[in-house]
Design a protein around this ligand. Sequence first.
Ligand SMILES: NC(=O)c1ccc[n+]([C@@H]2O[C@H](COP(=O)([O-])OP(=O)(O)OC[C@H]3O[C@@H](n4cnc5c(N)ncnc54)[C@H](OP(=O)(O)O)[C@@H]3O)[C@@H](O)[C@H]2O)c1
Length: 183
Amino acid sequence: MHMKLIVAVDRNWGIGYKNQLIISLADDMKRFKQLTQHDVVIYGRKTLESFPGGRPLPDRVNIILSRNPAIKVPDANVCRNINQLGKKLQQYPEKPAWVIGGESVYRQLMRYCRKAYVTQIDQTYEADAAFPDLDHEQGWELVYEEPWQEGVNRLSPDKEVVRFRYLHYQQLLSISKIHLNPK
Ligand SMILES: NC(=O)c1ccc[n+]([C@@H]2O[C@H](COP(=O)([O-])OP(=O)(O)OC[C@H]3O[C@@H](n4cnc5c(N)ncnc54)[C@H](OP(=O)(O)O)[C@@H]3O)[C@@H](O)[C@H]2O)c1
């Protein structure tokens, strides 16, 4: 099962602070929705808690990773480990699968991803969650960069205008497949 990932990073590859995003751009959110709609989205329990109302994303197959056996989420699948995730993904062979965060899930699943859709924000923010620097990550290569654009950071009280652009990376080494436990 090959997947894609999508992430918004600042200049230091920071992605979050206190379990929230560090930036929110309307155009980027719209693009995220367009790209992932009707597909499978995979994310960690903490990222679920950061969503509005702590609810899964509409119009997508939501797969949440949590080791807590007590967690049940309406309108979503919960997987307890990567093996279970591999099995669950086999139920949706026709659907693209996107890894959408947060840090711990990106770090574990990026090896299975062929492409990374990175929104780069031309600023640095206080962050306690980060994405690996793909410019120095073995096997990953920047294949396309879109022109810079400007947008308003909806999380900033003074409606800060920031520059951002979309970067496309590919993993060129052989890609691992999620190991499926035969049991
Ligand atoms: N900028 C972006 O594009 C972007 C996107 C998404 C998220 N974020 C940010 O990232 C931050 C959250 O990242 P995070 O690393 O703290 O949390 P996370 O990856 O969202 O969630 C971590 C949780 O996922 C579960 N988990 C992780 N690996 C697992 C595995 N192999 N098997 C079963 N469960 C597993 C565990 O849940 P349990 O504790 O329940 O066992 C773990 O505590 C937030 O600040 C968020 O806003 C940014």
